[in-house]
Design a protein around this ligand. Sequence first.
Ligand SMILES: NC(=O)c1ccc[n+]([C@@H]2O[C@H](COP(=O)([O-])OP(=O)(O)OC[C@H]3O[C@@H](n4cnc5c(N)ncnc54)[C@H](O)[C@@H]3O)[C@@H](O)[C@H]2O)c1
Length: 360
Amino acid sequence: MGDTYTPTSGVKGIKQSPPVDFTKPYDVAWLKDKHIIITGGASPEGFGAGFVRKWAAAGASIVVGDINTKVGDQTVRDIRKETGNEKVHFVQCDVRDWLSQVNLFREAVKVSPHGGIDCVVANAGVAGIEPLQMPANLDVPEPKKPNFKVIEVNLIGVLYTVHLALFWLQKNPGSKSCSINTDPSTNKRDRHILLVGSLASIGPIISQPLYGTSKHGVLGLFRTLRASSFIDGCRTNIICPYFIETPMVPTAGRLILAGGASGRVEDVVDAATRLTADSSILGRGLCIGPKARVKQEGDDFVLSENGEEKAIWEIYADDFVDTEIFTQRFIRILNGIASVKGWYGFGRDAFAAIKYGIFG
Ligand SMILES: NC(=O)c1ccc[n+]([C@@H]2O[C@H](COP(=O)([O-])OP(=O)(O)OC[C@H]3O[C@@H](n4cnc5c(N)ncnc54)[C@H](O)[C@@H]3O)[C@@H](O)[C@H]2O)c1
């Protein structure tokens, strides 16, 4: 099999593996001795700490970077005790601050058992009451400057994390460019970025425009990194959980969800573990929702008492084929124009570009 999987009539060269086969078991032991950075892993009931707990129990070495030192120190101490794994560390880090993240990666390399970093999980995030859709006070001459903390943490912070990850993952000694032909049971050194999006990455989230914007941005980052992974050899995957009851979801949020359904942290951990442990998975996105019995009817899924239990769904599985038919057609037209212009056209445009660079 080639180094990449090309969906039927898809865009060639995208480093993407075939749709995730959920019937195929993965082994969490594949994470043994991998060195992993997780941002936002302090909150004991949050996703990050869930990843640390499971992966530390499997023998991974982990560095948690979080703004909350008191809680982070305690969580790491508890997990060391629970798992008997001493290779779990805490580094205070505010993801909004570039130097703070530089320090997190430096410290992580210092404590790495093999001198490199195999995986980076950009998990830190915030949500809350947002300024853009507060009831407007129209009795003032103009609104105050809004606070964009949600964007700073969830988007700028993730971009800093990814920028550092792309550097350190390529420097990971003994790691190779990602490939779908990798055997995850023997592939010791990895180059994996796991992004944490949300259902708000693929749909609207009412009254949370900044959160929705930040998570759409994370999805855009995922799709771009996936398309350009031939440059750096790093594999990128994304999880997009629906509402899950962690400290991020306040009472008001839980009240809005009352009578509906929310997902479970353990299913989020399961999805993230599969993507992280199985190094042959490249460029895939998983959505995690409430566990439900469903069966397939044609192209659709419907609730059914006799159906299979399912909480994890593939999204953007073949977006270059289905969701992005427009993009595909457009790229085909662009490629067609380039081929009509040929080498003569390339030379003429390149000459014009150089001339522009010199004379403006
Ligand atoms: N809980 C949900 O319903 C849900 C759904 C979809 C996506 N998510 C995403 O999952 C991720 C984890 O959220 P969670 O539900 O586990 O919430 P959580 O509140 O339990 O954990 C978030 C962690 O991020 C840390 N953090 C916040 N600001 C930080 C900063 N500036 N620098 C470093 N660390 C910082 C917090 O201290 C905390 O430990 C977030 O990116 C969130 O947007 C959550």
